[in-house]
Ligand binder design. Structure first.
Ligand SMILES: *Cc1c(COP(=O)(O)O)cnc(C)c1O
Length: 355
C-alpha cells in the first residue's frame, strides 16, 4: 500500500494478513514541497515482491489522497509505474478511490503532463489502470453508501458470491435506489473541475492562514482537510499521551470545532499490549466541499491561533474504556490531570470576562 487506512487494515489483520507500507520517504515529512507525497515507492514494491514472492501477495492497494498522512495525492505517472510492476508480476491493483475527487484536482494542477487533460480523461486513465476500484460515496460523490467497480469478470464472480451474504442482493447491495441515483449524480458532478477544486482551495487557504500565525500544519496543503501537526504543536507530550487526541479535545473546548484524531490513537496495540506508535500525529480538520464558508475558516484559524499561544496548558489523555478493535471510534478517554479546567479558565479570562 502507499499508506494503510484504519478499517482496511483492521479487515486485513482480522483475516490473518499483514499490511506493508510502501510510502516514499518524504511522505512522513510533515512539512515538504513534494507535490505527490502519496506516491508509492516503486523500489520498495519491487523489493517486497522479491522478498515474499508475488504468489504471497494477494493485491497491491493504492489509496487516492492518503487519508492518514494528510490527504496527500499520488501522481498518475506513479500509478502507471505500479501498473507496470503489477502486469509483470501478475498482481491485482486495487484502488481505494474514496478521496479521488481531490486527487484528480492535484493531478490536473500539479502534474505537468496532465495539465491539458480534462478531469474526465484523468478519471478514465485511473480507472483503466485499476483492476478493482472501491469507494465511500460519503466522500466521492457526496451521497451515502459506496461502491465496488471492476471490469475483471474473475473478480466480479468472486465478489458476487459475497454480496448477498454481506450487503444485500446483487442489484442493490443494501442500498436504496434513491441513494444509487444520488451517487450517480455525485460522480457525474465530480467530473467538473469547478466542483473538485473547492475542497483543495479551502484547505490551501486555511493552511496558508495558519502558517502565517506560526501554527505547524501539513504541507503542501492536501485534500480532505487541513491537518495540524500535533507533535510540533504539543512537543511537551509523548506519543502515548495521544497528542492528536488531546489537541482535538482542547480545540473542541475553546471553539466547538470537531476535529479527528489521526495518530497513535487510530492505531491498534500489538498482541503484547504495546502501543503501535503512529508515523505522524495529526489533527484533521475536514473541509468537505459545500459545507463551510470563508467565515467558518477564519473563525477556526482565530481559535487555533489562540490555542497555539496557550498550548502549554494542554496535556495528555488516557483511555478509561479501550475497545480492542478500532478503539478511536467507541473508546472513552479522560484527561491526565485537570488541564481541561485550566484551559477553560484561561479561555473564559480572554473571551468571556474580557471579550
Ligand atoms: C473515509 C474513508 C473510508 C471509509 O469510508 P466510510 O464511508 O466511513 O465507510 C475508506 N477509505 C478511505 C481512504 C477513506 O478516506
Amino acid at each position: 500500500m502507499n499508506y494503510h487506512f484504519t478499517t482496511t487494515k483492521a479487515h486485513i489483520v482480522l483475516n490473518g494478513g499483514t499490511v506493508e507500507e510502501l510510502f516514499i520517504d518524504e511522505a512522513l515529512q510533515v512539512q515538504s514541497s513534494n507535490p505527490f507525497k502519496g506516491d508509492m515507492d516503486i523500489d520498495k514494491l519491487e523489493a517486497l515482491i522479491k522478498k515474499h514472492g508475488a504468489e504471497n501477495i494477494p493485491f497491491v492497494r493504492l489509496e487516492n489522497g492518503t487519508n492518514l498522512i494528510g490527504g496527500q495525492p499520488h501522481s498518475l505517472e506513479n500509478m502507471r509505474e505500479i501498473r507496470r510492476v503489477c502486469d509483470r508480476e501478475g498482481l491485482m491493483l486495487v484502488l481505494d478511490a474514496s478521496l479521488l475527487a481531490d486527487n484528480l484536482y492535484f493531478i490536473k494542477t500539479r502534474e505537468e503532463n496532465c495539465k491539458d487533460m480534462s478531469i474526465r480523461e484523468i478519471t478514465r486513465k485511473i480507472a483503466d489502470l485499476s483492476d478493482i476500484i472501491y469507494f465511500s460515496a460519503r466522500k466521492l460523490g457526496c451521497a451515502r453508501g459506496g461502491g465496488i467497480c471492476t471490469n475483471s469478470e474473475e473478480a466480479y464472480l468472486k465478489i458476487r458470491e459475497l454480496i448477498p451474504l454481506l450487503e444485500g442482493f446483487l442489484t442493490y447491495g443494501g442500498m436504496s435506489i434513491r441513494e444509487m441515483e444520488a451517487i450517480t449524480v455525485g460522480l457525474e458532478e465530480t467530473m467538473d473541475i469547478d466542483m473538485v477544486n473547492q475542497g483543495p482551495q479551502f484547505i490551501e487557504f486555511m493552511v496558508t492562514e495558519l502558517q502565517k500565525k506560526g501554527v505547524p500544519v501539513v504541507t503542501p496543503p492536501g485534500g480532505l482537510g487541513c491537518h495540524i501537526d500535533a507533535r510540533a504543536f504539543l512537543p511537551h507530550l509523548s506519543a502515548t499521551d495521544y497528542p492528536s487526541g488531546a489537541l482535538g479535545s482542547a480545540l473542541y473546548l475553546v471553539s466547538g470545532i470537531r476535529g479527528m484524531e489521526r495518530g497513535t490513537m487510530s492505531e491498534q496495540r500489538a498482541e503484547n499490549g504495546e502501543e503501535t506508535l503512529a508515523h505522524v500525529e495529526l489533527l484533521r480538520l475536514a473541509l468537505p466541499r459545500r459545507v463551510f464558508t470563508m467565515s467558518h475558516i477564519k473563525y477556526a484559524v482565530d481559535r487555533i491561533a489562540w490555542l497555539y499561544e496557550h498550548r502549554e496548558l494542554v496535556k495528555g489523555l488516557t483511555f478509561v474504556d479501550e475497545p480492542k478493535i478500532l478503539r478511536f471510534f467507541f473508546g472513552k478517554l479522560d484527561t491526565i490531570g485537570d488541564w481541561h479546567t485550566d484551559l477553560v479558565t484561561q479561555f473564559k479570562k480572554n473571551f468571556v470576562d474580557n471579550p
